[in-house]
Write a protein of this length. Sequence first.
Length: 74
Amino acid sequence: MLITCGSCPARGRACDTCVMKTFLDMPAVTSGPVWEEEDHRVLDMLCSAGLVGDEDAASALLESAPFAGLRAAV
C-alpha cells in the first residue's frame, strides 16, 4: 500500500490526526486544493451507488478547475 498526502481522500480534514504524520513527525501538507465535506459526501454517494469502486475512491485526486458559469441550450 502506498500512502501519500496527494492521494489521501481525508487530506485537509484529517491532517491533524494523520497516523503517518504522527509516525514520521511530518508537517501537514496544505498546498493544492483541499477536500471539503461536500466532496467526501459526493464520493461516498457515488461509492454507495456502485458507480465508483472503493480502490478508485481511495486514490481519487481533487483537481481545481475554473467555473465558467451555467449555460443553457436555446
